[in-house]
Write a new protein. Sequence first.
Length: 373
Amino acid sequence: MNTSESPLAELARSEKPIGVGIVGLGAHGSWAERAHLPALRAVPGYELRALSASSQQSARRSGQTHGVSRTFGTAAELAACDEVDLVVVAVKVPHHRELVRTALDAGKSVLCEWPLGNGLAEAEDMARQAHDRAVRTVVGLQARSHPALAYVRHLVADGYVGEVLSTTVVGSGGAWGATVGPRDHYVLDAANGATLLTIPFSHTLDGLASVLGEPDELRIRLASRRTSALDTESGQPVPMTAADQVTASGRLPGGAVATFHYRGGMSRGTNFRWEINGTEGDLVLTAPTGHLQLSPVTLEGGRAASTGLAPLTVPESYVRVPALDPRADAPAYAVAHAYRQFLDDLRQNTSAVPDFAHGAARHRSIASAMTTP
């Protein structure tokens, strides 16, 4: 992690707000609108000062919608703005490397959504560029910042389940199922890098690693049971080259077994269940979708003489952004806590939030674990 002193750290320590510019903040339902916008407005220490979109006209329209006065038709103009200290790249994966390079060339710190790059080579290149420019970076692997995961991390470390014996994750991706919305065709094309493997599975893998340690001997296998999805608007089939089944297994530090199964679409049964089983107890996390990074999380546990599970409430001390509700504001909730932790990292010279080097390492762990059918 890059923890060297930076102008952004000096700004954070001065208690002046960090000026943020978002690349990809649209006016109608973009991820930046659903997650980054409410997150930034809920965390003191940031100020949204600029946005850019695909054209000056669309940027101006978005600025009017969101109350942002500085609007730009290109990311280069946004990155050159003196009022912007941190550039947030929240667009489709194939554009990440080009836009991140633009921001880095302008000397700006960058938060880039996950996946960091469209494949390992791009991610490593972006991490190398950030390292060479010695700027602070963040990659959008926010699941580990969710208060529920922070609490589970401490429960496991404090011996709630005893020695961990195994952990099992089952999740549904929502997309990559029988139907697809007209705006989501791009996730069906494996060449775009936004797949069941790289999005929900990888977010959850990173969150699990933050709690139980990095899996060793990880082996990932993909399968395509569906080769198309019906467009919900036109009713026409859309080709799907991205796999709709992901299975993985490995061993945790200490020898515990880890298994995963992610499937496309939604299940009539379980859409997310993560069990941690140990010699003294069990912890279970559930959610309405397999996207741990953007779903409300329910936590249950049982140990010692208990023969069942009981609800576990996340203590208030883990909730660093009280302005947001974990259910009503679910897409923004973990993102906001990542922003809050990044402020702490800047002020305390720590590195709890994943940076580009971490993002490249996560890409590397996935690439090295892939097996042929």
